[in-house]
Design a protein around this ligand. Structure first.
Ligand SMILES: [Zn+2]
Length: 124
């Protein structure tokens, strides 16, 4: 089962103003990673099976999804953690904000405050 985790990180604006924030992310165990990979593999191969019914396009789609399945499953298996959000008081506008992150985003990185659009650096 995926476990939610968090750690402290620094949020810096204009290379001078720094605040402590909380970085929330999800960890995946070996069992979770296998289940996620098999799910992707199953979906790709299901799409490959369905596209057999499409005339002419099936010459490209069926082998494409059949090969893409194991490749995407391997990529998914390698993901052991996924970023969620950063909760912090913005160093510029002083508001408490939650910065949404893509699953593959990981500090150190640059992003924007959702309230005042100021560029901020996230670092551990
Ligand atoms: Zn702000």
């Amino acid at each position: 089962m995926p476990t939610a985790d968090s750690c402290a990180l620094k949020v810096t604006a204009h290379q001078t103003k720094t605040r402590e924030g909380v970085f929330h992310f999800t960890r995946f165990s070996s069992t979770d990673r296998t289940a996620r990979a098999l799910k992707v593999l199953g979906i790709c191969w299901l799409i490959a099976a369905v596209t057999v019914l499409i005339p002419l396009a099936h010459f490209v789609l069926v082998p494409g999804f059949f090969i893409a399945g194991p490749v995407m499953a391997l990529m998914r298996y390698k993901v052991d953690k996924a970023a969620d959000k950063v909760a912090v008081q913005c160093p510029v506008c002083e508001k408490n904000v939650e910065i949404k992150m893509e699953a593959s985003d990981w500090p150190p990185m640059y992003t924007y405050c959702p309230e005042c659009n100021t560029g901020v650096e996230l670092s551990e």
